[in-house]
Write a protein that binds this ligand. Structure first.
Ligand SMILES: NC(=O)c1ccc[n+]([C@@H]2O[C@H](COP(=O)([O-])OP(=O)(O)OC[C@H]3O[C@@H](n4cnc5c(N)ncnc54)[C@H](O)[C@@H]3O)[C@@H](O)[C@H]2O)c1
Length: 364
């Protein structure tokens, strides 16, 4: 299988088995004056990858930062620790930070890179499916605060993204499903042909069939790029990517961000609720909703999540929607579905909490 290369405005995304072999060439090309490299790497990534990466970068001074990644360390304290170390080691803007990990490492290392001496070179090696299909695209970086998730951050693009699909072999099945949720979201909101492809190939993606996996990662990144390049700073269009996410975030807070319910699982539930409301409000047809429901059922996507789709659970979570930073006035803004591949326009559907409560009581 050939390595696939996508061109964004400011950077490329290289996807596939052994794509990591391009690393030394890419470093030389994008960071010609680089002498030192900080590798910030998730501890759960098998050691053989670190050995490979170090070998590829032999001619540079390498500093390794091993991280036990979790939402709890995605914060300013950890950012400060990195920044202090980089200052102590005399890193310059012409040097380089490489983040190797899931969305947590990617968001955090991107943020550190954007503020270190007002911007140091950054290369992203996403190692989870979610990071390869979603968080590595679009330039959003950031950390959590005690007031909520991802409330502090910047928009900052990497020099290049290298999505080595071999990373995914050690990823737990549950994490693969989380990444798949974002692939499915991209198809539902933008591309009915890709949705058809997913109907046939969901099982192949989840079992990491090489060609289908690379196609799906690439297609997913293209769709996200389409939104983020037209609306880099999330003024309007990009909000369509929040399909299902208003419910998802609320359910995650309701479950205290515990690993009882992962982000991707919450997104699967959130998209299902949003689709059900879309049908009830006659924004989409029965047929459109059935297509989504069938894809969910045929692939058992909600099999282990039924306890979170209970009326009480959803009702209890609604109060947390108020804290969503994406809300710009008292009402809560939703993205609903018109058709497979087409959503409502951001801002068109705003409901009061009481209206959401009524809808959930009618539907669950
Ligand atoms: N910037 C964006 O646009 C954007 C978009 C979506 C999500 N996010 C952020 O991404 C984060 C979630 O990303 P995630 O799901 O990748 O989470 P994550 O980084 O926590 O990774 C998930 C789990 O997989 C482990 N892991 C990582 N790579 C592995 C590998 N190759 N083998 C085995 N285990 C591995 C991690 O240690 C972790 O336990 C959230 O913080 C979210 O806010 C950002």
């Amino acid at each position: 299988m050939k390595i696939s290369r996508l061109k964004a405005k400011d950077y490329s995304i290289i996807i596939g088995k052994n794509s990591i072999t391009t690393l030394s060439y890419e470093v030389k090309k994008h960071c010609p004056k680089c002498k030192k490299i900080a590798l910030i790497i998730d501890k759960k990534i098998p050691k053989k990858f670190l050995v490979k990466i170090k070998k590829k970068l032999q001619k540079y001074k390498i500093f390794i930062f091993l991280v036990s990644s979790s939402e709890k360390i995605k914060n300013f304290n950890q950012v400060n620790i990195f920044i202090d170390k980089l200052l102590q080691l005399n890193f310059n803007r012409t040097d380089l930070i490489i983040g190797i990990g899931g969305g947590i490492i990617g968001d955090m290392t991107g943020f550190v890179s954007s503020i270190f001496k007002r911007g140091i070179n950054f290369i992203n090696l996403p190692s989870t499916l979610l990071a390869q299909v979603d968080s590595c695209v679009g330039g959003k970086t950031g950390v959590n605060s005690k007031y909520g998730k991802n409330l502090v951050g910047s928009f900052f693009n990497p020099k290049v993204v290298i999505s080595e699909t071999e990373f995914l072999k050690s990823l737990p099945k549950r994490e693969l499903t989380c990444g798949y949720a974002e692939i499915l979201k991209h198809a539902i909101i933008y591309d009915r042909v890709f949705f058809k492809y997913l109907k046939k190939n969901t099982k192949n993606i989840l079992s990491l069939k090489d060609k289908i996996l690379v196609n799906s990662i690439s297609k997913s990144c293209k769709i996200k790029l389409n939104f983020t390049e037209k609306d880099f700073k999330e003024k309007n269009l990009r909000m369509k990517l929040n399909f299902g996410h208003t419910f998802a975030h609320a359910l995650e807070i309701q479950n205290k961000y515990s690993n009882k319910l992962n982000h991707g699982e919450a997104v699967l539930i959130g998209m299902f609720i949003a689709s059900k409301i879309s049908r009830f409000e006659k924004i989409c047809s029965d047929k459109t909703f059935k297509q989504i429901k069938d894809l969910y059922n045929n692939n058992f996507l909600l099999k282990n999540l039924t306890k979170f789709i209970k009326r009480d659970q959803i009702l209890k979570s609604i109060k947390f929607m108020k804290n969503d930073k994406k809300k710009d006035d008292e009402k809560i803004s939703f993205i609903f579905l018109k058709n497979i591949g087409k959503t409502t326009i951001p801002g068109d559907y705003k409901y009061k909490t009481s209206q959401v409560v009524n809808l959930i009581k009618k539907l669950f």
